[in-house]
Design a protein around this ligand. Structure first.
Ligand code: HEC
Length: 137
């Protein structure tokens, strides 16, 4: 019993720390964006829309964009460009799990930005991207 309690008190704060709303996750990028650029003026869904759809020429010769796997709209289920595995929609209105776990969001930003842009995304790009995904109803 004591042991179970000890495990619970250890796990609970982790669960609480990771559960967030999409608005909170977007907000957390604001501080980072201000640090990157003191002239930061806020995030733009329109810029995020262009970023999401912009095809970038990869060093492998392929043209890749976020839409390649996540489809034309974040409301659709996507398909992995290499493995063909289904990817659930990115929009939180279509998939409640989205943008609710900061560590998971950052893990996939890291992987996918590297895949598409062959570099990390800036906080501005991530914020614009999230603003766009949240704006698509
Ligand atoms: C090669 C395929 C592929 C491309 C291209 C791709 N993604 Fe993804 N993305 C995935 C997969 C796979 C997942 C994880 C599976 C899942 O969560 O359903 C994912 C999940 C995510 C998530 C996690 C969201 C959450 O809260 O769960 C974010 C953020 C994300 N992608 C951003 C991007 C961005 C930004 C781009 C464009 C720069 C991009 N992705 C391009 C395959 C891709």
């Amino acid at each position: 019993m004591r042991r179970a309690l000890a495990i619970l008190t250890f796990l609970l704060p982790i669960g609480i720390a990771q559960a967030a709303s999409p608005a909170e996750i977007l907000e957390s990028h604001t501080a980072q964006a201000k640090q990157e650029n003191p002239a930061f003026k806020g995030f733009s869904a329109a810029t995020g829309d262009r970023f999401y759809h912009a095809a970038v020429k990869h060093s492998s010769g392929k043209q890749l964009s976020c839409a390649t796997c996540h489809t034309d709209s974040p409301r659709n289920a996507g398909k992995h460009e290499r493995t063909s595995k289904e990817i659930l929609p990115l929009s939180p209105t279509a998939n409640k799990q989205r943008f609710s776990d900061s560590a998971n969001v950052e893990k996939w930003f890291k992987r996918n930005c590297q895949d598409v842009l062959e570099r990390a995304c800036t906080a501005q790009e991530k914020g614009d991207f999230i603003a766009y995904v949240l704006s698509v109803q």
